[in-house]
Design a protein around this ligand. Structure first.
Ligand code: EPZ
Length: 421
């Protein structure tokens, strides 16, 4: 099992290329099931989660070929006749549940394994199920699988989501593209990954309005055609690397990074002493003074502070001037990185969904354990500023969402290497 070894020190300097967004690509790939014509994605990230989604789609009968070193995914599901998403694949990656809507829309039935437990929270699918039921689907849970049937096809409906769930919005929008009539989805999620999905679906001939707002209207059509679509830049990868100079000092240029996708996050960085400026090809992030200032954070749905950047922000607050309070409101168990940061000398007090961090002058290197994707990269950020050596174990978590992290950080002067066993 691979480990990543980091020798702390700074400052950082140089350029990092931002990849396509994992969470956009994982929603875009199932869209291939909605048409018999080819869908090609460019600027795709090379990640283990993307490979898992490919395995899932191939198990459903899609054909997928990669080009340009994996950055281009050419997909076709003209012969996709299997509608069962197997537990053995789904249990590896929750986002597999994004085939439910497209399979139901395409075949009129789908059998999709429930993903099961997750380190960061219960993550039920009740919102996905109730939205599809509102469109006329019959959904039963049997033997750990959702058995969904839409006799006569799905029908447009007026749906209000109890919570602006990203996944439920994506599944419902995809299903509604081929439904009879109009679907109005209220309290929809507004994340940039949904805007990217809708832009792609529109290229395939879908009739959709309102993406990026809380109300999305979808006029069902008889069929969708093929398209080529570039995956939007990864705002969470961008935000993560913006925080590298915040904790280790210096200045980095993020090629392809976009500040417009990171609303409230950029305001928080400005408040804690990080200077951000846009360039022709991306953005520059640098620390104004020797140490950032403590700021309070509350995670929210977009355009609020992203939960997927909470762990990384906590790492930076561990070395900030003063006391910061981080409140996690999206997932009920997303502070697993805190005990590991405490092993590195951080002062963190966790009470339920609230963590109080008292900044220290210096962290110290230690062997630590990655527990989930964003927690693992927060440990790497902390290690960049720690005295001595840190060894991060179970980096398979990291490879799910960060492309070649040791090369990207190494290119800006970090002393980081991957050790394979
Ligand atoms: C997406 O997950 C992302 N994953 C997550 O990123 C991200 O943290 C999350 O959105 C929030 O921004 C992908 O896009 C693949 P939700 P998703 O449905 O769609 C509750 C990462 O690190 N909920 O918006 O699963 C749920 O339990 C990952 O890249 C229900 O109660 O998130 C959670 O508390 C982690 N019932 C909240 O809503 C439902 O039916 C947000 O979930 C659905 C969700």
């Amino acid at each position: 099992m691979d480990r990543i070894v980091v020798k702390g020190g700074g400052p950082l300097a140089g350029r990092i290329e931002i990849s396509g967004a994992k969470n956009a690509c994982l929603a875009l790939m199932p869209a291939t099931l909605l048409s018999e014509e080819p869908l090609t994605l460019t600027n795709a990230p090379r990640l283990s989660d993307i490979r898992t989604m490919s395995v899932l789609l191939e198990s459903l009968g899609a054909e997928i070929s990669t080009m340009q070193d994996g950055k281009v995914l050419a997909m076709s599901s003209h012969a996709a006749d299997n509608h069962v998403a197997d537990y053995d694949i789904v249990r590896k990656m929750r986002a597999s549940n994004l085939v439910l809507g497209p399979l139901l829309a395409r075949h009129g039935h789908a059998v999709v394994s429930l993903p099961g437990g997750c380190a960061i929270g219960a993550r039920p699918m009740d919102l996905h199920i109730s939205a599809l039921e509102a469109m006329g689907a019959q959904i039963d849970l049997r033997d750990g699988y959702l058995h969904a049937e839409a006799k006569g096809g799905l029908k447009g409906a007026d749906i209000t989501l109890r919570f602006a769930s990203v996944g439920a919005t994506e599944n419902t929008v995809m299903a509604a593209t081929l439904a009879k009539g109009t679907t109005i989805l209220r309290n929809a999620a507004r994340e940039p990954e949904i805007v990217d999905l809708v832009e792609c679906l529109r290229k395939m001939g879908a009739q959709i309005e309102g993406e990026g707002t809380a109300t999305i209207t979808i006029e069902g059509v008889d069929r969708l055609h093929g398209a080529t679509h570039p995956v939007v830049a990864d705002r969470i990868e961008t935000g993560t690397y913006m925080l590298a100079p915040a904790i280790a000092g210096g200045e980095v240029e993020l090629v392809g990074g976009r500040m417009d996708l990171l609303g409230a996050f950029c305001e928080k960085l400005d408040a804690c002493g990080i200077e951000l400026s846009e360039t022709g090809t991306g953005l520059i992030a640098k620390r104004r003074n020797g140490r950032v200032d403590a700021v309070n954070v509350v995670t929210e749905v977009f355009p609020g502070f992203p939960t997927d950047l909470q762990a990384q922000m906590m790492a930076v607050m561990c070395t900030a001037n003063g006391v910061s309070v981080l409140e996690e409101r999206i997932f009920e168990n997303r502070f697993m990185h805190a005990p590991e940061l405490i092993r590195m000398g951080a002062h963190i007090d966790v009470q339920g969904g609230i963590a109080t961090v008292t900044g220290v002058e210096k962290l110290r290197g230690a062997p630590v354990m990655a527990t989930d994707l964003r927690a693992s990269v927060s440990l790497i950020l902390a290690a960049l500023a720690a005295e001595g050596e840190t060894v991060v174990n179970r980096v398979y978590h990291l490879d799910r969402g960060y492309e070649r992290v040791e090369e990207k950080l190494g290119a800006v002067g970090a002393r980081i290497e991957r050790v394979s066993e």
